[in-house]
Design a protein around this ligand. Sequence first.
Ligand code: F6P
Length: 539
Amino acid sequence: MADKWANLDDAMTASRKKTIAELFAEDPDRAKRFSVEAAGWFLDYSKNRVDRAAMKSLVKLAEESGLKDEIERMFTGEKINRTENRAVLHTALRNCDPAAKVFVDGKDVMPDVRATLARMGDFADRVRTGKWRGYTGKRIRYVVNIGIGGSDLGPVMANLALTPYAKRSLRFFFVSNVDSTHLAETLRAVKPAETLFIVASKTFTTQETMSNARAAREWLVGRLPGVNPNDVVSRHFVAVSTNADEVSKFGIDTANMFGFWDWVGGRYSLPSAIGLSLMIAIGRANYAKFLKGYWKMDCHFRTAKFEKNMPVIMALLGILYSDGYGAETYCCLPYDQYLARFPAYLQQMDMESNGKGVDRDGKPVSRATGPIAWGEPGTNGQHSFYQLIHQGTHLIPCDFIGCCKTHNPIGDLHDKLMANLFAQTEALAFGKTAEQCRAEGVPEELVPFKTFTGNRPTNTLLCKELVPETLGALIALYEHKVFTQGVILNIYSFDQWGVQLGKVLAKGVLADLTAEKPAGGHDGSTAQLIARYRAAVGR
Ligand code: F6P
């Protein structure tokens, strides 16, 4: 069988032939030809180093990787997360087809998905309308989500993104870090009798989350004196988890637990009960629209031909740059303040999924796997790191994300914002030649400094407006992009063994930080750091 990677070599040969500027010059229809639309998003990928031949070769790479079958395996509940022996069914969470059935181990998961959504909706309604009250009878005004990783980044990102839809009389906080400052500063901002804590943890054993949750419980019980602690907990704590036993042990009645399942990966869990804080903020109707957006993109990904398939196209372009050109990173640049946390959310989704060093046979990979994802809201980035993207020696493919309408029209600010977005992609693609500089009268000695090579690739993603549906679709777009890259790279995208070692070692280190007589056994550097810390805190 021919090596599928020969298709990438072919794509590279085509890609190197012409610059982006030359490609535009030879094809007046290029912009149209290299654009697709799906689920409320328009992707213009014409400012990439690809022509039709290159795209054809890249599509062949996807085909010869068995992508079509892998997509079906995921959507139909096969246990494609082999190292954990789990199905991967975040798509079932937002399957809006009322007749859909999705089976895991012979059991249709959809009735449980729908029942949980209904319970979440009921609970969200009660909090929003004031029917659910704190122990003293006061309305809930503050909601504190305690969770980390996938139990935090999604809720944080989406709550900010959908601020225009949020009930403004409720305030939302997110505590993730085991740094006590995070919890302390949050508790300073809330009133105990009016606060609902959502302890969000798939496993309900995560050190950071459980430590913060216990501390929050202690704080609350201490501030409502004379009250049975169990009563305080039952009115002010709910749990989102897959682990009913641990939830009970913590003291939360499982009647106040919203479950999900082992076939939902942490970083893919936002559309599960992990989205409870979001549902409380925006209400069940908007939450349903949010899920619908996901679903639209899911359907597009599952059915569209690869040449017209938005997540597949973005994945293939990513592979071209990382494995073809050796680009180590890509940049996500939302030109919408509400999407400020989207790059951070993307980091876990992409890097925890595809940051792998062995293939599906457990052999060391021979190609670069998942790229480093980073980014900031657009114009802030322009005044910070864009210099390197325009003129530096690294190739940084960029995704520009913009919304045609703003929720907050003030004068011409939105026109200016979008003008910056479009101009950046123009500058990166076409640059500025030395001749252009000279024609503008740039002194000869400054010409090298004022020249822009151009030919720097960008995708532009545009939607009409950031509404719940477009946010859901945007998240699903990147999820499926990451999935596609994992399939092509022949790695497992849904486990995360790389986070384990540090977690385990931290337990031993913690014991040595606190014990009267540390057990030791660390390397010289770690032992020195432990000793220094102990001395500083007087142990
Ligand atoms: O960082 C590792 C990880 O397992 C993530 O995958 C997950 O999102 C996070 O920890 C939190 O886990 P949990 O929801 O079980 O507390």
